[in-house]
Design a protein around this ligand. Structure first.
Ligand code: SF4
Ligand code: SF4
Length: 172
C-alpha cells in the first residue's frame, strides 16, 4: 500500500510507454464514464477546482489520461485530494459527471492497493471500533467531556463482512 498521498510522484517528465484501450473501456463503464469521450479539454473543470494548486495533475488532465488509456492516472493525488465538491461537474459544458467518475477511480485504485495510508487506517478503525479515528484524551478533557464510550460493533462488523469492505483489494 502507498504510505501517504504525498508520495505520489509528480508527472513531470514522465514517459508513458503504452496506451491501454481496455482501461478506457473499464472507465467508460463507471458511473458517469459513458460521456468520457465528450470531453474537449476546455479545462473549465480545473479552473474551478478548489484543490487545483495542491495536486500533481489537474482534473482536465485526468480526463485526458482516461481517454488515452493511461492506468497511471490511478496513482495521481487528484483522485484522493478531490473534495468531491462537484464544482467541476457543475461547470462542465459537456455535462460530464466528472466527480462521479472520480468516485469510481477511487474504488479502482483502492482495489489495486493504491491508496493513502490514512484511508487504510480509517477503514481499519471503522471496522474495529465503529469510528474513523480514536479521539485523543486531551481534546475531550479540554472540552470537559466524558471518555468516549465503547461501541458494540458486532452488528456493523457483520454488515461490513457481508459487503466485503475489508476485502476490497481482493476484488478486481
Ligand atoms: S470541463 Fe468538461 S469538457 Fe472541459 S475539460 Fe473538463 S471534463 Fe472536459
Ligand atoms: S469535485 Fe474534486 S475534482 Fe471536481 S472541482 Fe471538486 S475537488 Fe476538484
Amino acid at each position: 500500500m502507498t504510505e501517504t498521498w504525498g508520495q505520489f510522484k509528480s508527472f513531470d517528465e514522465k514517459k508513458f510507454e503504452a496506451l491501454d484501450p481496455e482501461f478506457t473501456k473499464k472507465v467508460s463503464e463507471l458511473l458517469g464514464g459513458q460521456d468520457l469521450a465528450a470531453c474537449f479539454q476546455c479545462a473549465k473543470c480545473s479552473a474551478g477546482c478548489p484543490v487545483s494548486d495542491k495536486v500533481n495533475i489537474q482534473i482536465h488532465e485526468v480526463m485526458r489520461m482516461l481517454l488515452f488509456g493511461l492506468p497511471e492516472v490511478l496513482e495521481t493525488d487528484m483522485i484522493w485530494l478531490c473534495t468531491t465538491c462537484y464544482t467541476c461537474q457543475e461547470r462542465c459544458p459537456q455535462g460530464i459527471d466528472i466527480t462521479d467518475i472520480l468516485f469510481g477511480l477511487k474504488n479502482m485504485a483502492f482495489k489495486k492497493g493504491i491508496a493513502p495510508q490514512g484511508y487504510i487506517a480509517a477503514r481499519q478503525s471503522f471496522y474495529d471500533m465503529g469510528r474513523l479515528y480514536e479521539p485523543t484524551d486531551w481534546e475531550r478533557e479540554d472540552l470537559e467531556l466524558e471518555d468516549v464510550p465503547e461501541l458494540n460493533v458486532d452488528d456493523t462488523k457483520k454488515i461490513l463482512d457481508k459487503t466485503g469492505l475489508m476485502k476490497l483489494e481482493e476484488v478486481e
